[in-house]
Design a protein around this ligand. Structure first.
Ligand SMILES: C[S@@+](CC[C@H](N)C(=O)[O-])C[C@H]1O[C@@H](n2cnc3c(N)ncnc32)[C@H](O)[C@@H]1O
Length: 514
């Protein structure tokens, strides 16, 4: 692949010029897929020898990163009062517009023009490929918001005669392309630089729960940074000095545990280390790919931000909106009944997860719904007499749990009062049936094509040549499998045993706007 190799050689020379130190033990592989009409570079990083935990495989000066502060557009950005991702998008578009005159030319040469995340799909593609999935609504809204941002903040720059920006580099499409690169490749560097593009670090692909490399501040600084005695010998994701997220954890804390992962360094550039390091956290064998982690993300979040999915992703979830549950209630009961039962649920201090003005309940990878949903259905279905009793009492949630145990198990005491016992008590015949109905309504959002048919289409689909179709199908299938497990949970009262690490701890992961 002559073109790809030429660009890669140029990138290596550029890294040297920027004092980026890439270990000889790493081998950057560029694949140029000849079957795809437009040139598609797919980069991965492999090990040229056995790598061991603790090995530093790259050192990257912060000054070589493309950020709002380092870009030659920094004055333009400051004068326009832009910050955050919008400013970074302007910095990227500006450096691209400079061509070979850009300090990042050698780096931009191996960067794709864009990452085909759903934000860049046409409205028709979004409607046909994402209908029913967790991403459908959010991506459509993203598209509108991005267009509004462009009109409000970027178009005025083009209209300004003093800036003389070349319009062909700053249009909506170029802005969308820059947004997709930021979404899929940027890192939070530190408080001074904010998020930025980090050469070399952004060539590592992601593997859920299987990463070999972490992106960090050098260890001397990490020692002084943290007063947590456990931090030094523990390379888990919560370690304060990690910079391993490929996204800004502050702005994307909805979809991931990465909000635990913020880099805490002071805000003046003077106090900070001037380099970033990539350190091996798990041994790699000669010839194997070296993976990073982009966080503990389900497929909706992976597709939204990075444009790919993973089959059998243990961090997958499905959300069931409160509105859907209330619609089901309206089909069963009078409006008054639903309303009063819902207020009792609220009076007991229950609520769903809330994000972007939506209230919803998560269903885990194992098909286990949130307790709050079971309690809501239980209260909806309580016989009138029981409901009246309950309504008259000044209850706390604890009293309510006792009420359920007495109600369901006679005078027997609720054993240890554990959540699993409470769940079993709540799962009476009515609640089980309601759960199945709610799962069926949620499933109907995917349209008339059966899961079986989805699986058949997926089997024949190429993840390279039909990338959008492939990843949207993996997302559909993973979500529908969870709904199937939810129905199983309703029938048996036990969560699916196709256990996978990590999925048991509940986190708020509704996908938020880009
Ligand atoms: C930070 S870049 C990694 C380098 C990238 N492969 C390249 O060619 O430049 C992130 C992008 O790599 C791809 N990627 C990373 N991990 C992947 C995976 N496990 N499966 C499929 N694509 C992946 C996605 O296109 C993602 O948006």
């Amino acid at each position: 692949f002559p073109m790809a190799s030429r660009r890669l050689r140029g990138f290596k020379r550029w890294m040297k010029s920027q004092l980026i130190d890439c270990s000889d033990a790493l081998y950057v592989v560029v694949t140029d897929d000849v079957e795809v009409k437009c040139p598609l570079f797919y980069v991965s990083v492999k090990a040229l020898c056995d790598l061991h935990e603790g090995d530093v495989v790259a050192t990257i000066p912060k000054d070589s990163c493309l950020t709002n502060k380092t870009s030659s557009a920094c004055h333009l950005i400051a004068d326009a009062g832009l910050d955050g991702f919008l400013a970074l998008a302007v910095a990227i578009m500006y450096e691209i517009s400079l061509g070979p005159a850009s300090r990042w030319f050698g780096y931009l040469q191996i960067m794709p023009h864009n990452e085909p995340i759903p934000l860049l799909w046409s409205v028709e593609e979004i409607d046909s490929l994402l209908a029913g999935t967790e991403l459908h609504k959010v991506v459509k809204e993203d598209k509108l918001l991005v267009y509004e941002d462009w009109k409000e903040c970027i178009q005025p720059l083009l209209d300004s005669s003093s800036l003389e920006l070349a319009p062909e580099f700053f249009g909506v499409d170029q802005y969308l392309a820059a947004k997709s690169l930021i979404s899929s490749r940027s890192f939070e560097i530190d408080d001074y630089h904010g998020s930025g593009m980090v050469p070399l670090a952004d060539l590592f692909n992601h593997k859920t729960d299987g990463e070999h490399v972490h992106f960090t501040l050098p260890s001397a600084q990490s020692g002084s940074d943290s007063d947590d005695p456990d931090a030094e010998n523990d390379n888990n994701e919560d370690e304060k000095v990690e910079v391993s997220e490929l996204v800004n954890p502050k702005e994307n804390s909805d979809t991931t545990s990465s909000s635990d992962n913020e880099t805490e360094v002071s805000s003046s550039p003077g106090n900070q280390s001037s380099v970033l390091e990539m350190i091996i956290v798990k041994d790699v064998k000669l010839g194997d790919e070296v993976f990073n982690t982009y966080g503990s993300l389900g497929n909706a979040a992976l597709l939204h931000r990075y444009g790919f999915t993973e089959p059998d992703n243990p961090y997958d979830i499905v959300n069931i909106d409160l509105e859907l549950v209330l619609n089901w209630c309206s089909s069963m009961f009078t409006n008054r009944h639903s309303r009063t039962r819902l207020s009792l649920w609220r009076k007991l201090n229950y609520s769903g997860c809330v994000s972007q003005n939506l209230e919803y309940f998560e269903v885990s990878f194992h098909g286990e719904p949130e307790l709050e949903l079971l309690i809501l259905l239980y209260i909806m279905l309580l016989p009138e007499e029981e409901y009246n009793k309950l309504d008259l009492m000044e209850f706390t949630a604890d009293d309510f749990h006792k009420f359920i145990s007495v109600n369901t198990m006679g005078s027997r005491k609720l054993g240890s009062g554990s959540e699993s016992e409470l769940r079993i008590s709540l799962l009476n015949a009515g609640v089980r049936e309601a759960l199945v109905n709610v799962a069926n309504i949620r499933e109907s959002f995917y349209g008339s094509r059966s899961l079986q048919k989805d699986l058949e289409v997926l089997k024949k689909c190429s993840s390279v040549l039909e990338r959008k179709l492939y990843h949207s199908l993996v997302l559909r299938v993973s979500e529908r499998n969870i709904l199937g497990k939810l129905r199983g949970y309703a029938l048996t009262g036990t969560r699916s045993l196709t256990a996978a690490k990590g999925a048991s701890s509940r986190k708020r992961r509704r996908v938020k706007h880009q």
